[in-house]
Design a protein around this ligand. Structure first.
Ligand SMILES: O=C(O)CCC(=O)C(=O)O
Length: 335
């Protein structure tokens, strides 16, 4: 474990030891209203714009502008199940041809600012050192109460169930040695009732698990339930603005949202600059460099433009490589 630079937010020795021992660390509160309000305002405006466009196209019958943000998102999603694609901070994970209509993402300035948030980078610096690259492996998860979800969305991990997995599972093999750390950020408070994360302590020291990519329950590879029987798992509730740090081999999932409100989080990933992200089709950037600050990207428009270029390369068929890993850890005998 490396420590360097002079981070303002510091993990203490007990926290560093817990991360090493368990493969995760929950920090009940890190970001405050000043950090989260720009993101919420950006998403409020985005929902208003997208709802207006869908209404104008005849895709939805009402804009639901009378509802507060969370309830409005849930209602418009119920009317138009592909809505969440307009809100994610990644392009969809698809190997092969894509439909431009639903091949969407959101790369706004407030998201970029959150990726670069100094408090997050300070934590990450203590885990991976001072040359910090923002991986393009990142997701926005806006989860309505599960009873409001359509059948297809109930199986989609951005809005519905998340199954047991290690974060390495979706990375191309080129990232096997990458020291990736996941930073899961609670935009709304995460509780056992509304679907906080649950993690198996020490599982990051057990090597890669079988992940089945052919089960009906999820659209992403998952460790089958029978391999998880009898494993002790710890729920990780955090306040709004809290974070959970994860080792890339840690086994975890999210509980279903059994509350009446939207449960909103984002999972971000960081690794030392120069290491492979495992998702070469999508663009990352240098967020912090103590050795060469001029290499840092500070311009949200440049970041958004790189995502637009990646999208164009995939939509046009110019990008021919695989986007994400989906079958590598599949074992037919177990799955
Ligand atoms: O928030 C979720 O539902 C799942 C997040 C997750 O599993 C991850 O960050 O790897």
């Amino acid at each position: 474990m490396m420590t360097s630079g002079n981070p303002a937010i510091r993990l203490d020795n007990a926290q560093l030891a817990a991360f090493e021992q368990d493969g995760f660390l929950a920090i009940e509160k890190l970001l405050d209203d000043a950090d989260l309000a720009p993101l919420e305002a950006e998403y409020d405006a985005l929902l208003d714009r997208v709802a207006g466009e869908l209404y104008a196209n005849g895709d939805i019958r009402a804009r639901h502008e009378e509802l507060p943000f969370g309830r409005r998102f849930c209602q418009v999603l119920a009317d138009y199940p592909d809505l969440h694609r307009h809100f994610n901070i990644s392009l969809p994970l698809i190997n092969g041809p894509v439909d431009p209509e639903t091949y969407r993402m959101h790369t706004g300035a407030a998201v970029f600012k959150t990726l670069r948030n100094g408090k997050i980078l300070d934590l990450v610096e203590q885990l991976i050192g001072p040359e910090i690259y923002v991986s393009p492996v990142q997701q926005m998860r806006m989860k309505p109460p599960e009873r409001q979800l359509s059948e297809s969305n109930a199986q989609h991990s951005n809005v519905g169930a998340t199954t047991w997995h290690q974060d390495i599972v979706a990375l191309l093999p080129e990232a096997d040695e990458t020291e990736q750390v996941t930073v899961w950020v609670a935009v709304t408070e995460a509780t056992v009732e509304n679907g906080c994360l649950v993690s198996v302590p020490g599982s990051h020291r057990e090597g890669p698990k079988t992940h089945c990519s052919n089960l009906a329950l999820a659209s992403e590879p998952q460790v089958p339930g029978k391999l998880m029987e009898g494993r002790e798992a710890v729920p990780l509730p955090v306040k709004r603005g809290g974070v959970v740090l994860f080792h890339k081999m840690n086994v975890h999932r999210a509980l279903p949202n059994r509350s009446n409100d939207l449960r909103w989080s984002m999972d971000l990933r960081y690794h030392p600059t120069g290491q492979a992200s495992g998702r070469p089709a999508f663009p990352g950037f240098i967020a912090r460099s103590r050795s060469d600050p001029s290499a840092e990207l500070h311009d949200p428009a440049t970041w958004a433009q790189r995502w637009d270029e990646a999208r164009e390369a995939i939509v046009s068929g110019r990008y021919q490589g695989r986007v994400f890993e989906d079958t590598r850890w599949n074992d037919a005998a177990v799955c």
